[in-house]
Design a protein around this ligand. Structure first.
Ligand code: BGC
Length: 359
């Protein structure tokens, strides 16, 4: 009996104790959020049309988020001018200035050691963007991330646009009627992930769909409109009306092809005008679709990538989970999907892009 009473007393004591403990933890300390955010941003070349759109979107998204977070956000944007040594120096400056995090668009994606070492020794997280590092480099430290898009998908979608047109009206593309698609490939940059994968996957998509292709020529034009126009001018001299399709790794180079064709007197919309396809869906690229100069392009989501970078930066610096719309793959990668842009869905895409643009 006595034992039972003692047991009951002990139980009551334990219950009271745990109740008191519970009272103690009821008021958990509030999470401390950063009072400001400073992000260093380096771009490989500020004159690259697509990168300029990404930078514009970064600034516009940050302005929206400042209001929501109620803190000032500073973006220190630096142009590396296609010089890796200059970019390494910018990394040092970002550290000296006390940036909370840096976003780097590598000049040479195979030469990230200096940036990674500096980041690691100063404990500054890095979000690499658009120019994807090799996996081994990204795994060298847990605070290294990548935001970009899936290069394979962009080539596949570019191929699909051509295949859809072939199914509709093959004879208007196959000008010489030999049943083979004679094409020119304008490639971005030697060693650039997007460039290599797009060039390979677009051809695979077309041939997997049962069409036979013949490469007339293939040249690197460094994502650049003028360089592409020069290359295209000499292809027109060499191959003339044999060119049935121009596949460009981006819109600027596809526009270079348009320039060269027009200069040589070929008029858009006539039988001699080849099918031209770009990638990026930049403002100028979409205009070329509208005018019928491009058969189509593939939207590279600049706004989505900017959004991913800023949301990820906030999640890292404030130590809070990422918003539900953003998926972090393998704890390191955010990849935005691409979308086809053709005459058929152009107005819908234009409308959406206009709504997202700031006044
Ligand atoms: C874009 C190109 C751009 C390049 C720069 C690619 O993803 O499609 O337009 O020039 O990135 O790295």
């Amino acid at each position: 009996m006595l034992k039972k009473r003692r047991k009951a007393g002990l139980l009551a004591f334990i219950i009271i104790l745990s109740f008191l403990e519970g009272c103690g933890t009821e008021e958990e300390p509030e999470q401390e959020y950063p009072k400001s955010l400073k992000i260093g941003i380096s771009v490989y070349d500020q004159y690259d049309t697509f990168m300029a759109e990404v930078l514009y979107q970064l600034q516009s998204y940050v302005r929206e988020k400042e209001k929501e977070w109620g803190i000032p956000v500073t973006l220190d944007i630096q142009d590396a001018g296609q010089d890796q040594l200059q970019q390494n120096k910018q990394m040092e400056d970002f550290i000296e200035e006390g940036c909370d995090l840096v976003c780097i668009n590598m000049v040479d994606r195979t030469d990230a050691s200096s940036v990674i070492e500096k980041a690691k020794s100063n404990d500054i997280p890095v979000i690499f963007y658009n120019r994807e590092l090799v996996k081994e480099d990204l795994q060298r430290w847990e605070k290294l991330y990548y935001v970009g898009a899936d290069a394979l998908q962009s080539g596949e979608l570019q191929g699909q646009i051509l295949v859809e047109q072939c199914k509709k009206d093959f004879s208007s593309i196959d000008k010489n009627g030999d049943g083979v698609l004679q094409y020119i490939m304008l490639e971005g940059e030697a060693g650039h992930n997007d460039s290599m994968i797009r060039s390979m996957s677009v051809i695979k998509e077309i041939t997997d769909s049962g069409y036979v292709v013949e490469k007339l020529a293939d040249e690197i034009a460094n994502w650049n409109r003028d360089q592409a126009a020069n290359k295209m001018a000499s292809f027109i001299e060499d191959y003339g009306d044999r060119i049935e399709v121009v596949l460009a790794n981006n819109d600027d180079m596809a526009l270079g092809a348009v320039d060269a064709l027009k200069d040589s007197g070929i008029i858009p919309g006539t039988k001699s005008w080849p099918m031209i396809l770009g990638i990026d869906g930049t403002d100028v690229g979409r205009k070329a679709v509208e005018k019928g100069e491009f058969l189509g392009t593939v939207l590279n989501d600049a706004r989505g990538q900017a959004r991913g970078m800023i949301e990820l930066a906030w999640s890292i610096v404030s130590d809070t989970p990422l918003d539900s719309e953003t998926e972090l793959q393998e704890g390191k990668y955010i990849r935005l999907p691409y979308q086809k842009v053709t005459g058929e869905n152009l107005s819908e895409i234009q409308k959406r892009e206009r709504q997202m643009a700031l006044p």
